[in-house]
Design a protein around this ligand. Structure first.
Ligand code: 9YT
Length: 135
């Protein structure tokens, strides 16, 4: 059994900070599961374009308001507590935070730790996938 608290993560390498968001990674690949679990804060007034090409992500809003723009369909969805979205088609999307947002995020496969978005908005492929693609 693993028991961990958000307060244990502050200032450790499981607490990843960027100008637009901060992601507290409660579960990582090193914890031995197929998925990782993050408590993410997105700062008020920011707009973040993302395009996960190697991961499926489920996102559940527990605090704040904003919008989710789906670049594939042109649709915009309000984000508020209780709203969930699943990126099961590697959709390019933008999250705009009207107020600070707090999102619970699950990534499959699990992220390994310090991932931040690359210039395309993706996280790098997991190590096994990288090894496979180089052969
Ligand atoms: C939706 C979103 O917050 N994306 C940015 C960070 C990501 N969720 C993470 O690594 O926790």
């Amino acid at each position: 059994m693993i028991v961990r608290r958000l307060t244990d993560l502050a200032g450790t390498d499981r607490d990843v900070k960027t100008p637009n968001w901060r992601s507290r990674r409660l579960l990582l690949a090193s914890d031995g599961q197929a998925y990782s679990l993050h408590d993410t804060v997105i700062y008020a007034g920011t707009s973040t374009e993302m395009w996960y090409q190697h991961h499926v992500e489920a996102v559940y809003c527990i605090e704040g308001t904003g919008t989710l723009f789906d670049h594939e369909t042109g649709e915009e969805h309000p984000i508020e507590p209780g709203m969930m979205y699943l990126l099961d088609g590697n959709e390019r999307h933008t999250v705009r935070a009207e107020t600070q947002l707090r999102m619970i995020c699950v990534f499959d496969p699990a992220v390994t730790g310090q991932e931040v978005h690359d210039e395309t908005g993706a996280y790098p492929p997991p190590p096994a996938a990288s090894a496979g693609s180089s052969t």
